[in-house]
Write a protein that binds this ligand. Sequence first.
Ligand code: NAD
Ligand code: UPG
Length: 328
Amino acid sequence: MNILVTGGAGYIGSHVVKSLFEAGYNVVTLDNLEKGHREAVLGGEFIKGDLKDRELLDSIMKDYEIDGVIHLAAHSLVGESMENPGKYYKNNVSNGLNLLEAMVDNDVKYLVFSSTAAVYGEPREVPITEDHPTAPTNTYGESKLFFEKMMKRYDEIYGLKYVSLRYFNAAGADLSGKIGEDHDPETHLIPIVLQKALGLRDKLYIFGNDYPTRDGTCIRDYIHVNDLADAHVLAIEGLTRGLESRIYNLGNGEGYSVKEVIETASRVIGKPIEAGVGDRRPGDPAVLVASSDKIKEELGWDPQYPDLETIIETAWQWHKRGGFNENE
Ligand SMILES: NC(=O)c1ccc[n+]([C@@H]2O[C@H](COP(=O)([O-])OP(=O)(O)OC[C@H]3O[C@@H](n4cnc5c(N)ncnc54)[C@H](O)[C@@H]3O)[C@@H](O)[C@H]2O)c1
Ligand SMILES: O=c1ccn([C@@H]2O[C@H](COP(=O)(O)OP(=O)(O)O[C@H]3O[C@H](CO)[C@@H](O)[C@H](O)[C@H]3O)[C@@H](O)[C@H]2O)c(=O)[nH]1
């Protein structure tokens, strides 16, 4: 099986590429390296290019006889999406449509998509199941929901079969020490907390402490990036076995507040980590916690690193060694 991975040089994509490779797939990675790292792609072919380049998509699908696509390439920052919505509609919707069109024209039938908990907005009840109403509170979540709707139509009209994986908060790093999270600028909570602990940044701010939660700070469900990656392999296997199009949540079913994440990181590292309190970040729901029962029951997904301390420990090992700087 020949699989095209868009965004495979990024944080989650590089872990997906490694898992696919280990499971015996032929992998072709397409990434424009706007955010990704060439050295993060540990196996298969690498092509530097952009989703907006329709000719390139056609030639990759033909030349490599692509059977399925795992589509991770996107802009993905909640805060930025509320400052620059057009950037999100362009890349996540318009460039994504280019990919769908190329798949139809080249008769590529299977698609696994990186969706997000942000499609739900402020939940009516937690844990959130896949049939919870969608009402995104930010442009990012809305752009991902638009793409899900396009996939549904392409299934109805062209028979494209898809699995949409709605990830909650990805964190941690591969145990090999070769790949991990390395964004510039970094905006995600766990790497920021670890950078603060390493003295690589002056300030750490909690974005709002007046949310309706147990300690006033936002609650999220953190999932280890290798457990996420495994779900992609299960999804592509399912599709090629004849699974109908599906949406699955991916989280651990346990929510941690921003304060609890900082406390857990201090425990893992063995020293206090100082944090100030800043304003709320526009677009942030107060609570996002997943029910992932559906993918466990239907595809046998079995997370190996569900506990927050372990997730942070793997991220700490990666950041302590200096990320890609150390590997270079
Ligand atoms: N990190 C999370 O917690 C999280 C949670 C839910 C969903 N997601 C989704 O997972 C996917 C991967 O997230 P990530 O955290 O690894 O982000 P990332 O920025 O590290 O990876 C995205 C990759 O896509 C590439 N890319 C972006 N636009 C492109 C384009 N037009 N053409 C070619 N390459 C392009 C970037 O260079 C980058 O390498 C995204 O779709 C994101 O929305 C992430
Ligand atoms: O310096 C910081 C950074 C973050 N936060 C808070 O920490 C929580 C987690 O934030 P972050 O790590 O930025 O992740 P999210 O904004 O929850 O978004 C992630 O998780 C979503 C799914 O829940 C994905 O869709 C997004 O792509 C991914 O970036 C949020 O409440 C933030 O407000 C802070 O308080 N201080």
